[in-house]
Write a protein that binds this ligand. Structure first.
Ligand code: SAM
Ligand code: SF4
Length: 323
């Protein structure tokens, strides 16, 4: 699958549910309303869609959400997708808030998952409760420990929030280094209406300069085809990534598209371009209609996003498109 700008699309991110057991302040409103269950694709439908994408050239699948591990029976989907590893699919992974990881870590490994991204914005219990509203730090730390014990490589995602965790970057980098985790810092993106986003937005350029005073950061060529730019931290030997959607244009190397839990394929996190795959999926006309709809989507992949803080670029929340 090659888009009009010559980029090969080989990475599909799938939001398996828009629901979540947390209500992180930058991601959701506390009284979020979710999609009616009847609108969701079944897990079997999701697997069939993913299989179609794999046939068409997708090599990497990431399950996300919402919180992927709160979708009922999600392990059956993960086990099903694991069967494609080595048969077109090269990597199956997920992004999770970690709260349910202790229960699922071993099952994930058994299904063929080797790496997970876990979101952790602070190591302070009270702050964690304030940022996630409903989360408990101890539960997430236990999940991370279980993941590591099961043999999963862990990358920590930390959203940088002015006035909320901006004095913790050194501590988080040290904590990750001790445990052998890579760390990725993320700037807030204007997706969906939530309160206080402008006050908490923190450009990462300054964070990087401050970290460089205490750590030896050397540029790293590692490129996942995604928005992160990496450095290696000499003192820990681990990678540190910066995702700066507002201050750095990463679109030219974008290799991904995103599927929502209702079967809509979005070509860009920050644009509205989309095609509906649920209709062709349910049309009962075999895979030809589905493949044609996917091709139509790829042909409409926009050149880049259009984010700017202070303006909500897209009304849909990150949890719908899958962060
Ligand atoms: N629930 C899972 C989790 O928290 O990892 C997966 C979905 S979550 C939407 C994926 C990632 O997006 C998380 O690392 C989260 O911190 C980040 N995120 C959510 N809303 C964001 C926003 N408005 N700006 C930047 N990052 C955001
Ligand atoms: Fe849930 Fe992840 Fe959004 Fe937090 S960032 S509310 S854990 S989907």
């Amino acid at each position: 699958m090659i888009d009009p700008f010559g980029r090969t699309v080989s990475y599909l991110r799938v939001s398996v549910t828009d629901r979540c057991d947390f209500r992180c302040v930058y991601c959701m409103a506390e009284d979020m309303s979710f999609l009616p269950k009847a609108e969701l694709l079944s897990l079997e439908e999701m697997e069939r869609l993913c299989a179609t994408f794999i046939r068409m050239g997708v090599k990497k699948l990431r399950l996300t959400g919402g919180e992927p591990l709160v979708r009922r029976n999600v392990m059956s989907l993960i086990e099903g997708l694991g069967q494609y590893l080595g048969h077109g699919l090269e990597e199956l992974t997920l992004t999770t808030n970690g709260a349910q990881l202790a229960r699922h870590a071993q099952g994930l490994v058994a299904a063929g998952v080797r790496r997970v991204n876990v979101s952790l914005d602070t190591l302070d219990e009270r702050r964690f409760a304030a940022i996630t509203r409903w989360g408990r730090l101890a539960q997430v730390l236990a999940g991370i420990e279980a993941a590591q014990a099961a043999g999963l490589a862990v990358k920590i995602n930390m959203v940088a929030l002015k006035g909320m965790n901006d004095d913790e970057f050194d501590a988080m980098l040290a904590w990750c280094g001790q445990r052998g985790f890579d760390l990725c810092l993320i700037e807030t993106m204007p997706m969906g209406e939530v309160t206080h986003r402008e006050e908490t937005h923190l450009p990462l350029a300054g964070v990087r300069r401050a970290l460089a005073r205490s750590w030896t950061l050397s540029p790293d060529d590692y490129n996942s085809g995604g928005p992160a730019r990496y450095v290696t931290v000499a003192e820990t030997g681990r990678r540190l990534g910066f995702i700066t959607p507002l201050s750095h244009n990463f679109c030219e190397s974008c290799n991904r598209v995103r599927l929502t839990c209702t079967g809509t394929l979005y070509m860009c996190l920050g644009q509205e371009d989309a095609v509906d795959l649920r209709k062709p999926l349910r049309a009962g006309t075999g895979d030809a209609g589905l493949e044609a709809a996917i091709r139509q989507g790829i042909a409409a992949k926009p050149e880049g996003h259009d984010f700017a803080i202070g303006r909500v670029a897209v009304a849909r929340h990150m949890s719908v498109t899958g962060g």
